[in-house]
Design a protein around this ligand. Structure first.
Ligand code: SF4
Length: 292
């Protein structure tokens, strides 16, 4: 068995920043500290902080008045910020600057008279936060069918934005679809898909040419993780999305495969090394690093 370790992989700058912010807050202020939703979408990280006394909430009303509350890397809507102020919470904002840029762009477009079409998953924290900035002037679309169902006129001022962690190829097609339906539409030069998402998807796409199997280290709640596994499957390569070594289905390997291992932007490196060690122990796998 040969293991190709994808490069780049794992933590992006936004996740590093959010995790360090929470580590610093725990060290400086002690616990309990409250976090609105998961600080990043990774089960191991969230559980580790829980053990230290961090409390994750889905509703700001659950946070006792005057407590300390952190907003996660995915950002929040103005409504959440207002509720936090009403409850006299001491807030710390760990929103990734690239997510904040999507918020700012939505506000700017609407201020200039545009209606905004946001490509993304409507249940995702990031999308919920951006929609909350301009709720009456934004339409979320998840696929080309939903783009086709939009009924804007040719004379309306339209702009598009995208969630930061989408599939590059699908989003490109969706943008092209919007441009063909609404030639007047404007948007960012490419999309808002962040560099970390793009570079990890590019790496997997290229390594799939040599791979029998791809293991993506990451949680199912992570959009980034699911896109990486989908990317491999679309190229006809078996993919396993695992939270760690214990979830690798070793009985589905025969021992002579070329296995690409990558990690989504919120997966810690020690979980990757755990997967490598597991395959080395079971199959005597050789490891190579692959920067593509
Ligand atoms: S994946 Fe991209 S947008 Fe999300 S936290 Fe990382 S850098 Fe920011």
């Amino acid at each position: 068995m040969q293991i190709l370790l994808a490069e780049p992989r794992g933590f992006c700058a936004g996740v590093t920043r959010a995790v360090q912010s929470l580590e610093n807050a725990v060290e400086q202020f002690g616990t309990p500290i409250y976090v609105y939703h998961e600080i990043v979408h990774n089960t191991w990280i969230v559980e580790d902080f829980r053990r230290q006394g961090v409390i994750f909430v889905d509703n700001v009303d659950e946070v006792p008045e005057g407590s300390r509350l952190m907003f996660s890397a995915h950002g929040v809507s103005p409504e959440i910020r207002e509720t936090a102020i009403e409850r006299s919470l001491k807030t710390i904002d760990a929103t990734c600057p690239l997510v904040q840029k999507v918020h700012d762009s939505a506000i700017e477009y609407v201020r200039n008279g545009y209606k905004v079409i946001l490509v993304g998953h409507r249940e995702h924290d990031e999308v919920v936060g951006v929609v909350g900035e301009v709720p009456d002037s934004i339409w979320v679309v998840e696929n080309e069918t939903e783009i086709d169902a939009l009924t804007f006129g040719k004379e309306e001022k339209l702009a598009y934005l995208t969630q930061t962690t989408l599939s590059i190829s699908e989003t490109f097609q969706q943008i092209e679809r919007m441009k063909s339906r609404f030639p007047q539409i404007v948007g960012p030069p490419q999309s808002n898909i962040c560099y970390a998402t793009q570079s990890r998807q590019d790496s997997v796409r290229k390594l799939c040419q040599q791979a029998d199997v791809v293991i993506v280290v990451g949680s199912r709640s992570s959009s980034n993780s699911r896109r990486l596994a989908e990317q491999a499957e679309k190229l006809g390569v078996r993919a396993f999305l695992v939270d760690g070594a214990a979830e690798i289905p070793l009985n589905e390997f025969v021992g002579n495969e070329t296995v690409v291992i990558t990690a989504c932007a919120s997966a810690p490196e020690h979980l990757v090394q755990g997967c490598v060690d597991s395959l080395k122990k079971r199959w005597g796998a050789e490891v190579r690093s692959r920067l593509v």
